[in-house]
Design a protein around this ligand. Structure first.
Ligand code: FAD
Length: 331
């Protein structure tokens, strides 16, 4: 019997975990991403030397199965637990040291971890999808990729809605999901606290994370949502100058601070979600996953992909002569 075929839009951690789980079970999986590589919000910026993260700075797990998945990745040398050096507060008002349980920092590029999750799935990069139809994925260049037993859309909800014109039963369920933005910056400065992570108690700046693979004094700084909403349409120059000035003020450090890169994540984190792990249209064999469906964060996104894959595999076994997704509506 020919293997079942899945087509997946979006090679972030949700799409990749779904793709890899299905591929490991013998499915023939195509996965398309508009970017130059896999990773999505876990993608990395290449530097001379090394790399740095502008997206998710660390990966954490609240429970199994993701907790044991992270331990496994740590055993493989991909991650290391965050230990001790976390500061909360403002330098001039005193710092509090804290422990972060079950939080890991990547030792290899997070995008490589996502890439490894794909297993034998076929990754098509720089392949922007313009529409999802029953059993079919249409690329922006007009190419029609089709006859899938299941199509999975794994992109942030505001980016999914325009792809789903032919699937009103799904798109109508998505209207209420909102995302909030974050500006991220790579900044280099001298001095300051010895910590690896600084959590600011501030309305403009949220977090700074030391980037050890990118050379001395390199930090990723994440703005607050409020900052990003205020500077949503600002130039990189304006946003980075405002952020650098705020960070130096908070740390009590003098300039110079060099801003080496900046990125506005318009869809950084969902503030509301659909609930459950995935949403499916069984007649049309299309399902949606990702953090906009399952809840904010890497853990929920990963689990949404794995859970959908498991449900598809179960449907395949239980309903051998029926379409794999026919047993599914939501899970
Ligand atoms: C700055 C920042 C900080 C964060 N901090 C944390 C944190 O501390 N802890 C935590 O748990 N989570 C954090 N998150 C959230 C976390 O990164 C996400 O919840 C998670 O990575 C979402 O994964 P995903 O697979 O659902 O989506 P994504 O990673 O967004 O993947 C979607 C993919 O779809 C692709 N795509 C979109 N449209 C198309 C199209 N039309 N055609 C083809 N491909 C398309 C994109 O290129 C992308 O690769 C943070 C996010 C950001 C941005």
């Amino acid at each position: 019997m020919a293997p079942l075929r899945a087509g997946i839009v979006g090679a972030g951690i949700a799409g990749a975990s779904c793709a890899g789980t299905l591929a490991a079970a013998g499915w023939d999986v195509d996965i398309f991403d508009k970017a130059r590589g896999a990773g999505g919000r876990l993608s990395t910026r290449r530097l001379e030397p090394g790399w740095a993260t502008l997206g998710t700075p660390f990966i954490s797990a609240k429970r199994d199965p993701f907790r044991s998945q992270l331990r496994d990745w740590a055993r493989q040398g991909w991650l290391a637990p965050v230990r001790g050096e976390v500061l909360h507060g403002r330098a001039n008002k005193g710092w509090a040291h804290a422990q972060l349980q079950n939080h890991y920092l990547p030792l290899i590029e997070p995008s490589q971890i996502v890439r490894k999750l794909l297993g034998t799935a076929h990754l098509y990069t720089e392949s922007r999808v313009s529409a999802v139809r029953p059993r079919t994925i249409i690329l922006e260049n007009g190419q029609v990729m089709g006859d899938y037993d299941c199509v999975v859309c794994s992109v942030p909800v505001p980016q999914a809605i325009p792809l789903l014109d032919a699937l009103p039963r799904l798109s109508e369920r998505l209207g209420d999901v909102r995302y909030r933005p974050i500006w991220s910056f790579l900044m280099r400065w001298e001095g300051g606290p010895e910590a690896d992570i600084i959590r600011f108690d501030d309305h403009l700046i949220d977090l700074a994370v030391r980037q050890t693979a990118g050379g001395e004094g390199l930090w990723t700084v994440h703005s607050s949502h409020e900052f990003a909403e205020t500077y949503l349409e600002a130039s990189e120059m304006e946003a980075s100058t405002r952020a650098a000035s705020a960070v130096m003020g908070l740390l009590g450090l003098p300039w110079p601070v060099e801003v080496e890169a900046s990125h506005l994540w318009r869809h950084a984190k969902p503030e509301s979600t659909i609930g459950g792990f995935w949403l499916g249209d069984r007649e049309n064999r299309v399902a949606l996953i990702g953090d906009g469906i399952a809840g904010a964060g890497v853990e929920r996104a990963w689990e949404s992909g794995v859970r959908l894959a498991q449900a598809l595999m179960l449907a395949e076994v239980e309903l051998a002569d029926c379409p794999a997704i026919s047993a599914l509506d939501a899970g």
